[in-house]
Ligand binder design. Structure first.
Ligand code: ADP
Ligand code: MG
Length: 627
């Protein structure tokens, strides 16, 4: 047997790091600015605990482009490095000075906001640079150092005459990365990744108007001066305490996050925990337009104020990904694959915490101002209904605030609804039958019929409502839902006395035979019903079960239910007490046919079913009739 050590030489690994460490080359800037920020925050910490006896001052970080010389400079006024420290921190790949610092100052530095982690960030510079220089002067009384490396494992380290404290990183941009010498490109990257970092970042200068002097005449021309162009807001709202923020601060931060969004959000949720994981953030409930697909303003994920991604899948519960805002947590492992992320215990806890906070907020909004909550209902219902379906923890809490509006603009919670309907809408089997419409215009005549009978009709018009209803029925004993145009409606115990048919048994059989001879029986099943003589003579209903299965198979469950295309099936309910029924019965065969066709078409119109060729034929026939 032979044992031994596999020889991993740096020569082999270096190009791998360059190529594969990060899929996105552009993150080099984020990493270098993060290091500059860490260096500044470390100095801040050391001066605050008296370990560094230097003036902290008002340090900033500067990013500069020298397009002609093909160089990018990142300059900080942080703690710097001695030559010895350069050897230790830079020359050892995968040794993180940030972690070492946090370890050393464990108790005092835990909230210092240090970003670094894996000791690999610095090398991302070689993804865009063919040569990198570090010129650095420590806060300690030691000479500055100058490190140069061309991307091979060889480097040089010599003394330098830099006197001011801090570090300058110089990237000699490689030929294949010249795009990073464009001011617009770097500006865009700084805005994307560094917009809320804790140390001010200067990128170029901008013109600022001088105040108009008091004695200026009419011909005064505004004068401008060059000032530092600071690209970031070091103290974004989410890093502050909720008690220190007013409504307008939240609104202002929303605009800062999404400058192109003109619609105000409906409300916000401030996230703030530090045990058992660390997480801060602000989520906004936007007004969602029907077009949910087009979503470019997403929730942004930060770690210690550094932008990481706007793909929060797996971290934020799925039903909340339509919200906007930021989440900042150093505890989300992002160096691992997404599938691993979902299995991570911390991440699951974070997702549950967000669900709970959102539910709590909704409950308090509901309790504090129900009227206002009802007004917002239409804009938030999709998210909430989807949450009830997809997140059991949310479903448990939803009873407290999820609303069921009626077509008349009344709003019930489920408990209130059960109470309100228990006397008037219970069927023979003791089931509470909740009638609902999904489209107030299309089902207008049916809504009218139900209301005339004294029933309440809900307006449930979200696309996923059939799934939700199915769930509510499964979880609530003796609760059923039926759409107003469903066959169910007549199974309710009638409010007034049951109607007695004007037709004899024999006449009824005769009428049914006539109808079935004319109405296409592949689509319609004819049912005779004795109703009020003023009620519509012909009504089309669809079996609740049929329609719901169809809807569910369309809205995503298609594969799940394995039902392909279900046929269209309707009931044609004919009111035997209507005058039309008697007329049809007595008419000649040819007149019978046109009467039935005309009446069927009218019933179809009121269900929105008459289209195309049929509609044309109907219009033509109608003109004939009134000619
Ligand atoms: P990490 O930030 O995860 O520790 P990096 O590879 O980004 O790893 O950086 C390695 C180390 O080099 C840092 O931890 C720090 O000690 C040192 N370093 C990098 N950039 C600077 C800088 N601008 N000023 C001072 N030290 C720095
Ligand atoms: Mg780093």
């Amino acid at each position: 047997m032979t044992t031994g050590k596999i020889n991993v030489s740096v020569e082999n690994i270096f190009p791998l790091i360059k190529k594969f460490l990060y899929s996105d080359h552009e993150i080099f800037l984020r990493e270098l600015v993060s290091n500059a920020t860490d260096a500044t925050l470390k100095l801040k910490h050391l001066t605050s605990i008296g370990e560094a006896k230097v003036e902290y001052g008002k340090p900033m970080i500067e990013v500069k482009i020298d397009k002609d010389a093909k160089k990018i400079h990142i300059i900080d006024q942080g703690l710097g490095m001695t030559a010895e420290e350069v050897e230790k921190y830079i020359n050892q790949v995968a040794f993180s000075g940030a972690e070492e610092f946090l370890e050393k100052y464990k108790d005092s530095a835990k909230d210092s906001g240090i970003i670094g982690h894996f000791g690999l960030g610095f090398y991302s510079a070689f993804m865009v640079a063919e040569k990198v220089e570090i010129i650095t002067k420590s806060y300690k009384d030691e000479p500055a150092a100058h490190w140069t490396c061309d991307g091979s494992p060889e480097f040089t380290l010599v003394a330098h005459d830099k006197t001011e404290r801090g570090t300058e990183i110089i990237l000699h941009v490689a030929e294949d990365s010249l795009e990073f010498l464009e001011e617009s490109k770097i500006g865009q990257l700084l805005t994307k990744y560094n917009k809320f970092m804790p140390v001010p970042i200067k990128f170029g200068t901008k013109k600022e108007a001088l105040p108009k002097p008091e004695d200026a005449g009419d011909d005064y021309k505004t004068e401008y001066v060059d000032v530092d162009n600071i690209i970031n807001n070091p103290n974004p709202a989410w890093t502050k305490q909720p008690t220190d923020l007013k409504d307008e601060d939240y609104a202002a931060f929303y605009r800062e996050l999404y400058p192109m969004q003109f619609e105000e959000p409906l409300f916000n949720i401030h996230l703030n925990v530090d045990y058992p994981f660390n997480l801060t953030g602000i989520l906004y409930f936007p007004k969602l337009d029907a077009n949910l697909q087009v979503q470019k303003d997403k929730i942004q994920l930060y770690q210690n104020q550094v932008f990481v991604t706007d793909n929060v899948e797996g971290i934020v519960p799925e039903f909340l990904v339509m919200l906007r805002g930021v989440i900042d947590s150093p505890d989300i492992p992002l160096n691992v694959s997404r599938s691993y992320l979902q299995a991570d215990g911390n991440v699951k806890k974070i997702s549950n915490y967000i669900t709970r906070k959102v539910a709590d907020k909704l409950k308090s909004l509901f309790n504090e101002n129900r009227e206002d909550f009802e007004q917002k209902w239409n804009d938030i219902k999709i998210v909430l209904e989807y949450g009830m379906l997809s997140e059991p923890k949310f479903y448990e809490k939803a009873g407290d605030f999820v609303l069921y509006p009626t077509v008349d603009g009344k709003f019930y919670t489920l408990a209130e609804l059960k109470e309100a309907l228990k006397d008037s809408q219970t069927d023979k089997n003791g089931n509470l039958v909740v009638l609902y419409a999904s489209n107030q215009d299309a089902q207008h005549s049916y809504i009218d019929i139900a209301k005339e009978k004294g029933y309440q009709v809900l307006l449930l018009d979200s696309p996923i409502v059939s799934h939700l209803i199915q769930k509510l029925e499964a979880d609530n004993e003796k609760l059923t839902f039926a759409r107003v145009d469903a066959d169910h409606i007549d199974k309710l115990i009638p409010k007034d006395e049951a109607q007695i048919s004007k037709l004899s048994e024999e006449e009824s059989t005769q009428l049914k035979t006539v109808l079935e001879g004319i109405v296409p029986n592949t689509t319609y099943s004819v049912q005779l019903e004795a109703m009020d003589s003023h009620a519509a003579p012909f009504i089309i209903t669809q079996p609740e079960f049929m329609r719901r299965m169809k809807e569910m198979s369309q809205s995503g469950g298609g594969g799940m239910f394995g039902m392909g295309n279900l046929p269209e099936m309707y009931n044609l309910v004919v009111n035997t007490n209507s005058d039309l029924a008697s007329t049809i019965l007595k008419a000649d065969t040819s007149v019978q046919e046109s009467l039935v066709k005309q009446a069927l078409d009218l019933a179809k119109i009121s269900q929105g079913l008459l289209k195309g060729e049929e509609l044309t034929a109907f219009v033509k026939r109608s003109f004939e009739l009134i000619k």
